[in-house]
Design a protein around this ligand. Structure first.
Ligand code: PEP
Length: 268
């Protein structure tokens, strides 16, 4: 029985994926300062910013900050240290005080563009390296296109299952799924909120297939793709997701601050 013990509600999560922005450390510091200030007053929301590697250390708070954490945009599939030119390991990321890592972002999966060309197999390796280093993982999944007969659901299912194939169940609570339809990333319009709701249920079901019903129920599912301060409220309330993965709007300080406030204001 629960003898009046208050069970803390899990917070909404907003991830700011800065991508290859901004151009200088000064701008990064300014942006992170404004974001941290907005996070201070939040009640139901937690913010994680993911700057490019060179700015990571400058963005990690020196002392614990309310509702504010930092993550990396990717980590190497290899753990620890070693002969891996150009790579940054999850252990290094954790050692400087970052707590999260995005893995499997569609811009890293895109063949020929990032130089990484991630596959489900490399995503799985990065994910396990991040978890072993003590990071919380934001696993990005999403279909390239939608079709009438639902083959996109198969694509989504395979991405999730293959990425989690070699991950022990004990890590289930350290994995957040960011559902990002590739066609909505960088687009003018986000996905329709009813569709976000339907797809998030599907994502949760696949997570439950992998890690069990209990973990499926507890799973955090975020939406990403053309989120801004105008549509964040509707996506959260109608789409019923646990949070948002935000690209462009996260490097636009006034818009990001508005977005954060709009999400924190949601009742229930
Ligand atoms: C992203 O890159 O993860 C993303 C969601 O981008 P944007 O918000 O700019 O569409």
């Amino acid at each position: 029985m629960n003898h009046g013990k208050i069970i803390p509600m899990s917070k909404r999560l907003i991830i700011g994926n800065w991508k290859m922005n901004p151009g200088t450390p000064e701008e990064a510091k300014k942006l992170v300062r404004k974001t941290k200030r907005a996070a201070l007053g939040l009640v139901k929301t937690e913010i994680v910013v993911c700057p490019p590697f060179p700015f990571l250390t400058a963005c990690v708070p020196r002392k614990k900050e309310a509702n504010f954490k930092v993550g990396a945009q990717s980590v190497s599939a290899e753990e620890g240290v070693g002969a891996r030119t150009g790579e940054v390991s999850a252990t290094m990321v954790r050692a400087i005080g970052a707590e999260y890592a995005i893995v499997g972002h569609s811009e890293q999966r895109k063949v020929g563009e990032s130089g990484n060309s991630d596959t489900d197999e490399t995503v799985s390796k990065r994910l396990n390296a991040a978890l072993n280093a003590g990071l919380v993982v934001i696993l990005c999944v999403g279909e390239k296109a939608r079709d009438e007969n639902g083959t996109y659901l198969e694509e989504l299912k395979n991405q999730i299952k293959n990425s989690l194939l070699n991950t022990p169940k004990k890590f289930a609570s350290k994995i957040i799924i960011a559902y990002e339809p590739v066609w909505a990333i960088g687009a003018q319009e986000a996905m329709n909120s009813e569709q976000i709701y339907e797809t998030s249920i599907f994502v949760r079901k696949i997570f439950a297939d992998v890690f069990g019903a209990d973990n499926g129920l507890k799973a955090k599912v975020l939406y990403g793709g053309a989120v801004n301060f105008r549509n964040a409220y509707e996506i959260m309330t109608v789409g019923k997701v646990d949070g948002l993965l935000v690209g462009r709007e996260s490097v636009n300080a006034p818009g990001f601050v508005e977005l954060i406030k709009a999400v924190d204001k949601i009742t229930a």
